[in-house]
Design a protein around this ligand. Sequence first.
Ligand SMILES: O=C(O)CCC(=O)C(=O)O
Length: 312
Amino acid sequence: PAVAVATWSPYVLSIFHPVPSAFPPSGSSFLEQRQFYEDNGYLLIRNLVSDQDIERFRNEFTKICKREVNPPGVMIMKDESLKSQFGQSERVVNKVQDFQEDEELFRYCTLPEVLKYVECFTGPNIMAMHTMLINKLPDSEMQTFLHPMHQDLHYFPFRPASRIVCAWTAMERADQDNGCLVVQPGTHRTALKPHGYPDLEGKTNKLFHGLLEEDEKIPKVHLVMEKGDTVFFHPLLIHGSGINRTSGFRKSISCHFASSECHYIDVKNTTQEHLEKELQDMVSKKYNATSVELKVRLGSVPFVTNQVSSLS
Ligand SMILES: O=C(O)CCC(=O)C(=O)O
């Protein structure tokens, strides 16, 4: 892998942040954890983010839902059909995305305990590329809030994949009842596959693409996580999440990080081309524009979170 081994220091992983119960099993050394990630495409660290921090994220999310704060750039995804029943509340918002301008939520992307793991994959200059707080709403057989199995790299026009990692923290217990993450270990070693809209009977959400062909022979692992547990995963790892069959909400906060040395690619003639087209159509509809050209500033950084190598 393109990650400098020097950044994966025993000091950072096993002394500064003891891992009470990790996945792989508790007590694994940093090398075993790294090996687990290389073999499986993910690494689950128990109890990484504090209850206090999670409470702050939860409060801010509630304020955003109630429109008490309105950070620029934030995209709020709602289930409009629930609005007449529940009004402006967390009962109708299933996702808050791109919260980089919200100081409270963006704190997640700067937590040293998270970045110390992230740095092992990205190297020292880290960019926060995509942020989400998902509030998986209670679902019906309509499967509205199912996340079909997919690879996140499908959404990213930058490379290399080995320098991108997602940190995903459970804000409350996530299990098979409320739609925890499901992964297919080892699939990060495969290529990016074609994605599209799944053939579901219920409503499909905009841009919730899934693999066009799933390999059912590859075993699926349900990541049962408690509040504060955090999983780091590779952007090629095939994963998704089921529906929430409970009456509560399943909240998680996540960020995709990348090295500032990543470069943008042209998605023309790749499996990602149709996604670009869909995005252009969405933007042109929203702004009533006749043509939309999506541009990236090559070599620029959306926002640099931290120079974690200088953290003590
Ligand atoms: O949080 C979830 O339920 C699914 C998230 C996911 O699959 C993703 O963000 O790529």
